[in-house]
Design a binder for this molecule. Structure first.
Ligand code: PEP
Ligand code: MG
Length: 323
């Protein structure tokens, strides 16, 4: 699969009418980096830091994390890396922490909430990232599950505090990472312009955005039929988010599963998405689909989808694709 894709891959992705779309890779494990490089990803759009945490019996130390992240940055030298801070809890259970307790872990004490309440764990994590990227140029740090502007500012302040502390300790570190956030919680939509002022960039986690917009636990098979990314409220929410980021000249990419699904790519391009991050195995497919689209057709298709109100009408339009 990978080798076949390699032969077809072009280093630059453009629509049929010549508009550039940037393709990045989602990475869970360091072993996937070679596929991302082979398939000409422009960088890492989402590095999920929690994987080394999940397989252990206690939190890895700052030094242990440093060594993992150092390999990430060494292997990606010259490219851009967006690293997401610890997103534990919900579907990513930790046996040794309180991030998964409670009746509904998806709505619980998880992700950035857990980190802001466990400052020393969060700070060791951020310090490890900053130190490992000391000689790495294009570092972007982003926070998962942000639900208020206050929370984003608090998390960003932690990164700034870690930079100040590392300076005092005379430890080599990255001096000025771009600091951004994931959009996964619908409460962000109404105050998006405020986020667009403060955040350096955005990445939309549609897996969680769909889950929380539709009140459907993404891990509960009993409600899997209710998990509908084509729901008009999901589509309109995404369109508003992307417009606000674009109006404010802030980079925005889509990194959830929707980004590699052929039926949603025309809509995403049509609402103004120009960066996508997918599991590297999907890069050839995504590039092929984007190369076959024209912006005018995609925008028209998106406009039609944004005008419907029922699931049925939205599903029919999505299935029909661009006609
Ligand atoms: C998402 O929620 O869409 C996302 C990319 O993050 P994760 O799947 O790791 O929750
Ligand atoms: Mg998520």
């Amino acid at each position: 699969e990978t080798t076949a894709g390699l032969a077809e891959m072009n280093p630059e992705t453009r629509t049929k009418d010549g508009v550039r779309v940037h393709l990045f890779a989602n990475i869970n494990l360091l072993s996937e980096l070679s596929t991302a490089r082979d398939l000409k990803a422009e960088g890492i759009g989402l590095y999920r830091t929690e994987f080394p945490f999940l397989i252990r019996s206690a939190f890895p130390s700052e030094e242990e994390q440093y060594l993992i992240f150092k390999r990430l940055f060494d292997e990606m030298a010259g490219l851009e890396v967006t690293i997401r801070t610890l997103d534990v809890g919900g579907d990513k259970a930790l046996a040794y922490a309180d991030a998964t307790s409670g009746a509904n872990p998806q709505m619980g004490f998880r992700s950035i909430r857990f980190c802001l309440h466990h400052r020393s764990i969060f700070e060791q994590h951020i310090r490890a990232i900053l130190r490992a990227a000391a000689d790495f140029e294009k570092l972007r740090i982003m926070f998962p599950l942000i639900s208020s502007l206050d929370e984003f500012l608090e998390a960003r302040q932690s990164v700034k505090d870690c930079i100040t502390a590392l300076e005092h300790e005379n430890l080599a570190h990255h001096l000025k990472p771009e600091i951004g956030m994931m959009i996964e919680v619908p409460s962000v939509v109404e105050i998006m312009d405020g986020f667009a002022r403060e955040s350096d960039f955005f990445s939309v986690g549609t897996n969680d955005f769909v889950q929380y917009t539709l009140a459907v636990d993404r891990t509960n098979e009993k409600v899997a039929d209710y998990y509908r990314p084509y729901h008009p409220s999901v589509l309109r929410g995404l369109a508003r988010i992307v417009k606000s980021a674009n109006d404010n000249c802030k980079d925005i990419s889509i990194c959830g599963e929707m980004a590699h699904e052929p039926e949603y790519i025309p809509f995403l391009i049509g609402i103004g998405v120009r960066a996508i991050s997918v599991d590297p195995r999907f890069l050839p497919l995504v590039q092929k689909i984007i190369s076959s689209l024209s912006i005018t057709q995609a925008a028209k298709h998106a406009g039609e989808l944004l005008s419907v109100e029922t699931l049925k009408d939205a599903r029919n339009l999505i299935q029909a694709g661009i006609i």
